[in-house]
Design a protein around this ligand. Sequence first.
Ligand SMILES: C[S@@+](CC[C@H](N)C(=O)[O-])C[C@H]1O[C@@H](n2cnc3c(N)ncnc32)[C@H](O)[C@@H]1O
Length: 240
Amino acid sequence: MDAEGMGDVDWNELQRNLEATIPVYDKINRFATFRQVDRWRKMVASRLPADGEILEIGCGPGSFAEILEGRNLTCLDPIQAMLEAAEPRVNAKRRERGDPMAKFVEGTAEKLPFPDNSFDAACTLFSFRDWFDKRAGLSEALRVLRPGGKLVIVDPAKINAVHGWLGHGYMKYWVGGYARWICGVEDHPWKWLTKTYVHFGTTRDYVEMLNEVGFDEVKAKVIFPGMATIWEGLAPSDPQ
Ligand SMILES: C[S@@+](CC[C@H](N)C(=O)[O-])C[C@H]1O[C@@H](n2cnc3c(N)ncnc32)[C@H](O)[C@@H]1O
């Protein structure tokens, strides 16, 4: 694994471990982030356009998708079990609110199964770190966005080596210790959080990558209390 992606073997093993997180996903994430994860998800929702077609890449069990009100929503994930967990949860909330039903599509960021210029915005929360080819995934996000469309990403990047070392300790001991207790097994799936974090790049690496892939007005901000970064970029309004 490296800042650009990861090998097939690692990604397949990661997928098996991600599937195993489904029953305890929200419980462990809330504890691990001192409930900040809910605030980060609201922050992403507030940065997306108020209407139009929105794509969530790596929707997991629907933890973000269920809070996104209004808009036409498409949720993509490569794991069928994630989509099966997300669909009833997200669409029950959308029915209560009178929002249009969300669509659930199996696929990967690296090969999005949508035509060019399909979405007004795309977002990806705690998934980018897991993409096996991050540059290919960002190029695909750009391809499916309409001119001027926005991409928003949230994930725990490192600011520098010291921050990375502290983050590694936090994930291994704080999150890992709680996950071991909740899951009741030594070999719990949250070990993969630490593995993917170690090989994930810095906030700046992905600002550069977003620019290189062709996004405009790329911004990044480390969000309180320093456990995650939010990146934003726009598809060029006048593509060359
Ligand atoms: C930790 S969950 C995130 C769930 C949700 N976005 C949230 O806010 O909590 C990460 C999801 O990303 C998906 N994922 C991993 N690699 C991916 C890829 N290459 N393309 C698209 N999704 C991917 C995983 O299957 C998993 O369901």
